[in-house]
Design a protein. Sequence first.
Length: 347
Amino acid sequence: MILDKNEIREFLLSMNTVDLSLQKIYDLALSTLKFNGCDNMNAEAVAGTVTDAERDGSVSHGLFRIPGYVASLKSRKVKGNARPSNKFLTQNAIRVDGDYGFAPTSIKVGIPALIETTAKHGVGVLTITNTHHFAALWHETETLAEKNLIGIACTAYKPSVAPAGAKKPLFGTNPISFSWPRKNNTPVVYDMATSTMAMGEVQVAARDGHKIPFGTGLNKDGKKTDNPNEIANGGVLLTFGDYKGSAIAMMIELLAAGLVGDLFSFEAAKQDNNDGGPARGGEFIMALSPELIAGKNWNEHSEKFFQQMKGLEGVRLPGERRHKNRLDKGPRSINKELVEKIISLSK
Ligand code: NDP
C-alpha cells in the first residue's frame, strides 16, 4: 500500500489520542520548556509557535517538536535565556543576532523592525543568525501578510537531500514560504520543504511498513526506490521536480547561509551534537510593500487573479487548509504517547 503524506498524517492521528484544548497545549509546552531551562521570554515564543502549529493542523511542527527542543536545552546546545538583538546594516537590511537561542524568539524580536522598515521603504530584508530553527516558516511570512506586506522566508538544515545528479546528500530539506496579503481575506501562504518528503515522514512509513511514492529518494546504491527503509538507512532523499527543485534548494542554501552569513547545511551537520534538537543555522526573510511598489490598486488587481484561479475546477489556494482548521476553537487530538513523553520531561 502506498500512503501519501496526508494519509500518513491521518494514520498518525487515528492512533491512540488524547484531546487537549489549545490553552492546555500552550501550557504544556510552556511549562516543559521552563522546567528544562528556558526563561519566560524564550519559552513563550516557542510555546506560541508550537500551539499555532497544532491549531492550524501543522502537526509535524507542534508538540511533536518539544522533545527535540528539550534535548537541545539539556545538552546546552541552545541557550534558554537567549537575548536576540537587531542591528541595521543599511536602512533596508536588519540583522538579528539570535544569541544561540531558538529561532521563534529571534523572529519575535526582528519582525516588528522588518515591518516598520518595509512599510517605509518598500523593501526590507531580515537576516537571522546564530539561531536553532526547526519550526514551520508560515508563522513569519503570515505575520508580514497580516500587515499588508508580501513575505518570503527560507532556511537550510542538515543535509539529507541529494542535489540533482548526485547520490549523496548536500542540501537540507530546505523549506521556503511565500505570503501574499489580501484585504478582507486570509492571506495566501505557501510553505513547503524542497525535498519530495520530510525525512520524519519517511521514517514513519518505514516503521509502519508502508511504501512511499517511487523516486522519493535513492537507496544506498544510488537507485530510485519506493522503500522507505532503504532511504532512511543509508539512502538519501531527492528534491521535488528533479533539477528544478534542486535549483531552488541550492538558492535557499545561498540565501539562508551564503547571504545571511551563517552555516550551510554541510557546515551545520559538522557542528551539530546530534542531540535530536534543531541544528544551528540562519534564516532569510524578505518583505515587500505592494502599496508602495504596485500602487493603491494592488489588492483589487490581485483579487481578479485569485478569482480566475479559484474559478478553475479543483483549485484551492495554499494556506486555505490551515485557515479553515483555525476556525475550529475546540480541542485538538494529540498522540497519547507523545503527551506522556512530554509530561515525563518535567519529572
Ligand atoms: P506540504 O507539502 O504539506 O504543503 C506545502 C504547501 O502546499 C502548503 O503551503 C500547503 O498549503 C500547500 N498545498 C498542499 N496541497 C495543496 C493543494 N492541493 N492545493 C494548493 N496548495 C496546496 O508541506 P511540506 O511537507 O513540504 O512542509 C511542511 C512544513 O515543514 C512546512 O511548514 C515547512 O516550513 C516545514 N519545514 C521546516 C524545516 C526547518 O528546518 N525549519 C525543514 C523542512 C520543512 P496548506 O497549508 O493550506 O495545506
